[in-house]
Design a protein around this ligand. Structure first.
Ligand code: MLT
Length: 214
């Protein structure tokens, strides 16, 4: 079992990738109430041999870790979102140096609140995260001017009966990313907000194609 460390501004875990591998590193971003160990069991199924960098969100909501504050379900505290997005961006840069991760080999894997902070980083620092798999993402904020996401690839894994994220919300995020030039694939699943085998299979296949093209 990997131990968590508390440095670089976030409690986190780092698991090195397979020796002689392609240097891909999964940036795992958990949902509300998860922590740095929640998504680690998925890593081997979605990207065998990849390194794993997994921070814990620094905000507590009734004891549950999150990556930024919200005022109500789906209503985000925009000041805190800006602060926490910048803190996570600094963490990614510092961790890349500490663990010798090539930034262009990082792929964000975010679920729910973790997907939302991942797209917030992508929309504010397009140079930092070039690929992402976002499970049940929402629009974290609407950028005042469209960032340059040319060359960025993203898989959105969305569900038609998600009680938290409507289909139109997913559509709005797709439009923001596509307008910015990102190459977005949307995988629609029939279920709800929870992660399923179907999500994992779609992510594994998409990541395998992304890795093959590196
Ligand atoms: C959650 O419960 O985490 C939300 O649906 C997403 C968020 O608040 O960022």
């Amino acid at each position: 079992m990997t131990r968590s460390t508390n440095d670089l501004g976030f409690i986190h875990q780092f698991v090195p990738g397979a020796e002689g591998g392609d240097g891909v590193c999964l940036l795992l971003l958990h949902g509300t109430g998860g922590d740095e160990s929640s998504l680690i069991p998925l890593a081997g199924s979605i990207a065998p041999g990849a390194a794993v960098l997994s921070p814990r969100g620094r905000i507590l909501e009734n004891g549950m870790p999150r990556f930024f504050r919200r005022l109500a379900e789906g209503v985000f505290d925009q000041d805190d979102l800006r602060l926490q997005t910048a803190a996570l961006a600094r963490f990614i840069e510092a961790a890349s140096r500490k663990y010798a991760i090539k930034p262009e080999r990082i792929i964000a894997i975010g679920y729910s609140n973790g997907a939302n902070v991942a797209s917030s980083v992508m929309l504010t620092r397009p140079d930092l995260l070039r690929a992402a798999v976002l499970f049940r993402p929402m629009v974290p904020f609407v950028p005042q001017s469209s960032p340059d996401l040319n060359g960025v690839k993203a898989l959105f894994s969305a569900a038609r009966r998600d009680p938290i994220v409507s289909q139109s919300e997913t559509g709005r995020l797709v439009e923001i990313f596509q307008t910015a030039g990102a190459d977005v694939t949307v995988h629609w699943y029939r279920g709800g907000h929870e992660l399923t085998e179907d999500d994992i299979e779609a992510a594994a296949s998409w990541i395998s194609d992304w890795r093959a093209a590196l």
